[in-house]
Design a protein around this ligand. Structure first.
Ligand code: 13P
Length: 251
């Protein structure tokens, strides 16, 4: 079965509610009729609800940038799956390198989030990726193997079909230094191979997105790679025009 590509915008800590409304409306309108890929937008928490209203009854999927594993409780600063389900969120990003780097996210906490998401109506978008130091020391395959083993620990073959992975080499995030299509393909094929080893044939169905300085100029070449099933876009998703040109990579 062909894997439906996913083009997702991670807004990170950008956009007030007013700015978010304008961007979401422009993307929704510009992506109307798109059927070659699924479009996803992940605004910051304050903008989730207003953007949910704008995306209601459209094929554009709303995503959160993080989520806690408990349904409620004394977890200051966190947000729960029932809260995201209530407003119509379809996905949640977990394990972004910025969460790992600045907020103490580990493979073990990523795994708790992933397992909780799989018990909800949402789909997890699980980020993995090595740092520059790790790549230069030629440890990138080990790091990815470790992140997959930890993050996906205890998942069933059945639940594998609901996850989306995002390979985001840390050295390519926000640096303008995109992985070449060949480097991305090499790692994506490695990831799929690891998934096959861990879970069997279902690995062929899992979408693996690339993230790290994706731009209108480099998206088409990345999407031509057989194991690149979409993109997780940071900086270039903050303007409707550039995000829309990425969405229309096949034009
Ligand atoms: P940039 O596209 O700004 O490099 O960010 C990538 C990213 O981290 C998406 O999650």
């Amino acid at each position: 079965m062909a894997r439906m590509p996913v083009i997702a915008g991670n807004w990170k800590m950008h956009k007030t509610v007013e700015e978010a409304r304008a961007l979401a409306q422009a993307v929704r309108d510009g992506a109307a009729g798109v059927s070659h890929c699924r479009v996803v937008m992940a605004p910051p928490f304050t903008a989730l609800f207003p953007v949910a209203e704008i995306l209601r009854n459209t094929p554009v999927i709303l995503a959160a940038q993080n989520v806690h594993w408990e349904p409620e409780g004394a977890f200051t600063g966190e947000i729960s799956l029932p809260m995201l389900e209530e407003i119509g969120c379809g996905m949640a990003i977990v394990g972004h390198s910025e969460r790992r780097q600045y907020f103490g996210e580990t493979d073990a906490t990523v795994n708790r989030r992933v397992r909780a998401i799989l018990q909800s109506s949402l789909q997890p978008v699980i980020c993995i990726g090595e740092t520059l130091e790790e790549r230069e020391a030629e440890r990138h395959y080990d790091i990815i193997t470790q992140q997959l083993a930890g993050g996906l620990d205890g998942l069933t073959r059945q639940s594998l079909l609901r996850i989306i992975l995002a390979y985001e080499p840390v050295w390519a995030i926000g640096t303008g230094r995109t992985a070449t299509p060949e480097t991305a393909q090499e790692m994506h094929a490695f990831i799929r191979n690891r998934l096959s080893g861990m879970f069997g044939e279902g690995a062929q169905e899992v979408r693996i997105l690339y993230g790290g300085s994706v731009k209108p100029e480099n998206i088409a070449a990345l999407m031509r790679q057989p194991d690149v099933d979409g993109a997780l876009v940071g900086g270039a998703c903050l303007e409707a025009d550039s995000f829309l040109s990425i969405i229309h990579y096949n034009a």
